[in-house]
Design a protein around this ligand. Structure first.
Ligand code: NAD
Ligand code: DAO
Ligand code: ZN
Length: 379
């Protein structure tokens, strides 16, 4: 029978106050739960957004972190898909395989633990974390800024042991989101014309996936000039900094660049910025009759998107996806294999590696325009 573990975690006691490395207690996993030793966790904007108190549904005190890989330490009763020692990636979108959403075959948005996960609790409505006599909330069902965490069995997936934790943690969110959006949502075909707005980890993964799909034209768009070289390195055939467009809008520029047989516009566009104005440009840069724009970026709470309805009446399609439409337990083992076979690019996306205790420095690094991904390594 597993016992409580005492370990270190970065605790966000209050919004917008520095994270504090504290000694915490992690309770044993209950029925259908797994306790995981976190080995690597990368930083994502959602961690920072919630930490800053910008999500009104964010609860504190909390252990943040949701993009992670580790080793199974112990399993609760009834757990059958993993055992101690297995290497796993943690999943903020679980996959139960049984709920209405999983059974539909139309979405990856498994909803069986949605309510408790959204409240920062495990499915039984309680927390597994305690610090100084206080219960701490879980985050996105993961809480990886801790040496140990407990997650439902449906919120992790066993992967090949040959894969390095400090790279495959990116498959827990950013990289998978980009690849999935191209392959599972848009289904970009050979020769297609693609525009990618925002060339961070997500946008670069979109570019790499579009290149792999054989897209004929891949146009990276970013306001940060540094991203020209990054986009090109990942497979963009063109790059535009909107500042270069002068009086013209970025959408007009893209329509002109792709003009052929009397009409212009891209077959697929992807918003990887989270800026609602950019989302509109991305839609309006699409080809009349069939162009699809995929919203990936997460906008600020309460922000709305808009366009003229005529844009949709004339056949452009606005879609969105979370985690690239990828079903974690069904699809991620294959993504890990593809990484090991050098068919999926993760290595170059990791620009900073820090010991876990320097997580606050990692948050600072997110503002550095040369930084793509910061990975925390755990001892
Ligand atoms: P990032 O900050 O590393 O990259 C964003 C890029 O957009 C930067 O290079 C920035 O210079 C560029 N940018 C900003 N404003 C722009 C503008 N007006 N025009 C063109 N480019 C502009 O972020 P990331 O980690 O790549 O994530 C991208 C977005 O995707 C974020 O909003 C993130 O929250 C979201 N996200 C969504 C999912 C999902 O499942 N839907 C998953 C992960 C991340
Ligand atoms: O099922 O209602 C639901 C919500 C599922 C999670 C959606 C996540 C959206 C994007 C995440 C951003 C980056 C971590
Ligand atoms: Zn489900």
């Amino acid at each position: 029978m597993a016992k409580p573990i005492t370990c270190l975690a970065a605790v966000a006691w209050e919004p917008n106050k520095p994270l504090v490395i504290e000694e915490i207690e992690v309770a044993p996993p209950k029925k259908n739960e797994v306790r995981v030793r976190v080995m690597a966790s990368s930083l994502c904007h959602t961690d920072s957004y919630v930490h800053q108190g910008r999500d009104p549904e964010g609860v504190f005190p909390v252990i943040l972190g949701h993009e992670a890989a580790g080793v199974v330490e112990s399993v609760g009763e009834g757990t059958s898909s993993v055992e101690p020692g297995d290497h796993v990636i943690l999943l903020y979108i679980p996959e139960c395989g049984k709920c209405k959403f999983c059974r539909s075959g139309k979405t990856n948005l498994c909803s069986v633990i949605r309510e408790t996960q959204g409240k920062g609790l495990m499915p039984d409505g309680t927390s597994r974390f305690t610090c100084k006599g206080k219960s701490l909330f879980h985050f996105m069902g993961i809480s990886s800024f801790s040496n140990y965490t407990v997650v439902p069995e449906i919120s992790l997936v066993k992967v090949d042991r040959a894969a390095p934790f400090e790279k495959i943690c990116l498959l827990g969110c950013g990289a998978t989101t980009g690849y999935g959006a191209v392959e599972k949502v848009a289904r970009v075909e050979k020769g297609a014309k693609v525009a990618v707005f925002g060339c961070g980890c997500v946008g670069l993964s979109v570019i790499a996936a579009a290149a792999r799909a054989g897209a004929g034209m891949i146009i990276g768009v970013d306001t940060n000039e540094v991203k020209r070289e990054w986009a090109t390195k990942f497979g963009a055939t063109h790059f535009i900094n909107p500042a270069e467009c002068g009086e013209k809008s970025i959408e007009t520029t893209l329509i002109e660049m792709t003009f052929e047989d009397g009409a212009g516009g891209v077959d697929y566009s992807f918003d990887c910025t989270g800026n609602v104005k950019v989302m509109r440009s991305a839609l309006e840069a699409c080809h009349k009759g069939w162009g699809q724009s995929i919203v990936i970026g997460v906008a600020g709470v309460g922000e709305c998107i808009s366009t003229l309805p005529f844009q949709l009446v004339t056949g452009r399609v606005w879609r969105g996806c979370a985690f690239g439409g990828v079903k974690g337990r069904s699809h991620l083992p294959e993504y890990v294999k593809r990484y090991l076979n050098k068919e999926l690019r993760l290595d170059e996306l990791v620009t900073t590696v820090l010991p876990f205790e320097k997580v606050s420095e990692g948050f600072e690094k997110m503002h550095d325009s040369n930084n793509i991904k910061t990975v925390l390594i755990y001892r």
